[in-house]
Write a protein that binds this ligand. Structure first.
Ligand code: SAH
Length: 397
């Protein structure tokens, strides 16, 4: 077994069971891409078993802090069993959910979403890649399913020096290999294509916030909605379900908007209640302001502006700007649902950014909701970095 020794003093985060070790913390040792190594403190104490990533800034990702544990196919079976059992205890109002959420499930670099009877996996670290086939077998064995599609095309693959890989990893001989699927979320039906959609096809993490938005639209008597960064219109369907009369979905992806239009019809809403604008959100907000348009509710669910804490400052300006414009475009008493999915922007910083936006817009509001990722995207006590998605529901005063 190869060994990696951590610099004196740099073992503290591992002792707190934080699963990452950066390159600068390593004194000596290494391994092949994804190889399991024994990680020791400078004084020779055992710290963890970890996967070695020769090219990534995050050089080690811990699999286990238990010296007696062996990292083998059975280990992955146990971790996947635990992840699946945790979801079985959750009240998930959908037939689609996140089955494995990386570090939070003790499986750094692995994401698995379940859409009905189809599993979609992302292997984003050298360690997850190395154990891909054992993981695939365990996923099928634990769930009893037969369809597993691979979407290893996340940017993290590049940082790990791994090539893009997509396609069926497992399916039975008589399976037609259809990647176009329909799921049920709350009372709604939604479609996706696991081969083409963003991430694994759909943003499952916003499931609970879409429900709350539908309820808020009803509660506050919202009539007009601007859904910014709409993707395939999840929040638009929610708004229509809540009784909104006029909903606009704005996104820069034409295919996503075509699907949003289809979702309005699929859920039985009159097409005249929904419009799509294939446009840049920033430009759209400015245009609406110039045209003196106003809305009763605005959703801001932008892509990750700050992939890491190093990008936080520039991202903060971008978040502030769209929130400032949204505050100005809201009718008095209107509802803002605003999000950040940047791991580098902590919830208190996000609140401060939104506060700055309100100050610049000359408006204040009541915070009526604090939003986060649905519980099938768990946060854990030892991994605060996992808290990536945060949102506020605000009523403009
Ligand atoms: N709210 C969505 C998920 C949004 S993901 C849901 O509930 O499913 C972010 C979306 O922003 C993507 O669909 C992407 O196409 C879009 N996007 C990114 N930059 C954009 C921009 N500058 N203007 C408009 N849309 C943008």
């Amino acid at each position: 077994m190869k060994k990696v020794v951590i610099r004196a003093g740099k073992e503290r985060s591992l002792l707190k069971r934080h699963p990452w070790v950066f390159e600068s913390s390593i004194a000596r040792g290494g391994g092949d891409s994804g190889e399991t190594v024994r990680v020791e403190a400078a004084d020779g104490r055992f710290l963890c078993w970890a996967a070695f990533s020769p090219q990534s800034q995050i050089r080690l990702r811990a699999w286990s802090f238990d010296e007696a544990e062996r990292i083998d196919a059975a280990f992955f079976g146990r971790r996947i069993e635990q992840a699946v059992a945790m979801r079985a205890r959750l009240p998930i109002a959908s037939d689609a959910w996140r089955l494995v959420h990386g570090e939070a499930d003790g499986l750094p670099g692995l994401v698995v979403d379940r859409y009905g009877d189809t599993l979609v996996a992302q292997f984003a670290s050298a360690g997850a890649e190395r154990w891909k086939h054992a993981i695939a077998d365990a996923l099928l064995a634990v769930t009893g399913l037969t369809r597993l599609y691979e979407r290893s095309d996340a940017q993290a693959r590049e940082w790990e020096g791994l090539p893009v890989q997509t396609g069926w990893l497992r399916r039975s001989a008589d399976d037609d290999g259809a990647t176009a699927l329909t799921i049920r979320e709350h009372d709604w039906r939604l479609t996706l294509d696991v081969a083409e959609g963003h991430k694994t096809g759909y943003y499952l993490d916003q499931r609970d916030s879409r429900r709350r938005f539908a309820d808020a639209v009803k509660q506050y008597g919202v009539k007009t909605v601007l859904n910014c960064f709409s993707y395939t219109g999840g929040f638009s369907v929610a708004a229509l379900a809540g009784g909104a009369q006029q909903v606009v979905s704005v996104d820069s992806s034409g295919p996503a908007l075509a699907r949003a239009t289809a979702h309005v019809a699929l859920n039985g809403f009159d097409a005249s209640r929904h419009e799509t604008w294939d446009a840049d959100v920033n430009a759209t907000l400015r245009r609406c302001l110039a045209e003196s348009r106003r809305f009763d509710a605005i959703v801001l669910d932008p892509p990750k502006f700050a992939p890491t804490a190093a990008h936080a400052e520039r991202a903060a300006r971008a978040y502030k700007d769209i929130n400032r414009l949204a505050f100005m475009l809201l009718n008095n008493g209107g509802l803002l649902y605003t999000f950040s999915c940047s791991g580098g922007i902590a919830p208190d910083l996000f609140h401060k950014i939104v506060a700055g936006a309100g100050l610049d817009a000359g408006v204040d509001g009541y915070i009526v909701e604090r939003l986060c990722a649905a519980a099938d995207h768990p946060q854990t006590v030892c991994f605060p970095e996992g808290d990536y998605l945060k949102g506020l529901g605000i009523l403009k005063r």
